[in-house]
Design a protein around this ligand. Structure first.
Ligand code: ZN
Length: 100
């Protein structure tokens, strides 16, 4: 059996085509859902506020950004606000995002 190193926790796990070990994947899914629920309840919440309220480390939130699972507005009055792919504003193409 071949192994991969989990890019979140750095532990070995049986290679299965995923980037993270099973444990991190479970945790990741829970945290992502938690974030999604919070943003649904409080649209326009800032990334750092969401981190404080959910206890999800800002590093994890920035990883979601890197993986393009969420978007954080880069400038203007919405700067720092979190959006999900399906909650992006209509003019999102004209805006700047921290993902860019
Ligand atoms: Zn892991």
């Amino acid at each position: 059996m071949s192994y991969d190193i989990c890019s979140i926790c750095g532990r070995f796990y049986a290679k299965d085509g995923q980037s993270y070990c099973g444990e991190c994947r479970d945790k990741d899914k829970k945290e992502f859902n938690k974030l999604r629920t919070l943003v649904k309840q409080r649209p326009g919440i800032l990334a750092f506020e969401a981190s404080n309220q959910t206890g999800i480390p800002i590093n994890t939130i920035m990883r979601y950004v890197k993986e393009r699972r969420i978007y954080i507005a880069g400038d203007g009055k919405d700067s720092g606000k979190i959006y999900f792919r399906d909650t992006l504003p209509e003019d999102s193409r004209k805006r700047r995002w921290t993902n860019d």
